[in-house]
Design a protein. Structure first.
Length: 270
């Protein structure tokens, strides 16, 4: 007899290492884990909430995102979804742009985006809600997009990252952004340096500062908030271009990809 799938889904924050977030998607009974860099906190969360692991979802090959997979597979024989072209041997269900998966055990469909830049094979998962419920659209973006920032270009090019982020800006404003690190406050300091007159950014600095002072995560954010405050989604703004020119990091009249590249390089040493 087939057990009906539950429809009420939630995302549980599982902190790991110094600043990683592992995301446990569950319905109160079954759960899928996104980017389990460490098995121990995932196992603890599953036990605390009396959940059964039914799937593992990976975005890219870095150790702090996949290191816990072998430990989890020791206890649960579950499929491992992940990028087709990022060199992860443990992936049993390789994925790429345009594919959709039905996550085992959950009433959850996720669309897959190719988002190279941080790594060449990096992917992201998008939940698109058929209704109009605020916060029902989700983005699990690994290390491509951060709160007020983006990932370093370890393997990809500025153009690749710029185009990858462009896929995210096309999502609805209320899409919740589940990125993999708590980097928001340091990213906001850089954002204010390059766009000091942005009122939405000043408000975010205040609000996210209060969140961290209270010991709370700044993540998830939303696509709308990132569009209003994240310099890497706003690299075409005149004030950001002006800041780069004034800092001697960009020639006037530079192409958008050169603006993006100069912005990423400045952040690397900020």
């Amino acid at each position: 007899m087939t057990t009906p799938l539950r429809t009420n889904l939630a995302v549980l924050t599982v902190p790991a290492f110094k600043d990683n977030y592992l995301w446990l998607i569950h319905d109160g009974s079954n759960a899928a884990i996104v980017d389990p860099g460490d098995a121990a906190p995932v196992k603890a969360a599953l036990a605390a909430h009396k959940l059964r692991l039914t799937a593992i979802l990976l975005t890219h090959h870095h150790a702090d995102h996949i290191g816990g997979v072998p430990g989890l597979l020791q206890d649960w024989n579950v499929p491992v979804f992940g990028p087709r072209n990022d060199g992860i041997a443990l992936v049993t269900h390789p994925l790429g742009e345009g594919e959709r998966i039905d996550v085992p055990g959950l009433d959850l469909a996720l669309d897959v985006l190719d988002v190279p830049g941080h790594t060449l094979g990096h992917i992201a998962y998008v939940r698109r809600s058929p209704g109009q419920d605020p916060g029902a659209d989700w983005l699990f973006c690994g290390d491509t997009l951060f709160g007020a920032g983006c990932g370093r270009l370890f393997e990809g090019t500025p153009r690749q990252m710029m185009l990858s982020l462009g896929k995210f800006t096309a999502l609805p404003d209320d899409t919740l952004v589940y990125c993999a690190h708590e980097y928001t406050l340091s990213n906001l300091r850089f954002a204010q340096a390059v766009e000091p007159d942005n009122a939405a950014l000043a408000a975010r600095v205040r609000d996210d500062g209060r969140q961290r002072d209270a010991g709370q995560p700044t993540i998830p954010s939303t696509i709308g908030l990132e569009r209003a405050t994240n310099p890497f989604l706003r690299h075409g703004e005149a004030r950001i271009v002006q800041s780069l020119v004034e800092a001697g990091r960009l020639a006037p009249g530079a192409a958008p990809v050169d603006v993006f590249a100069a912005l990423r390089e400045w952040k690397n040493t900020f």
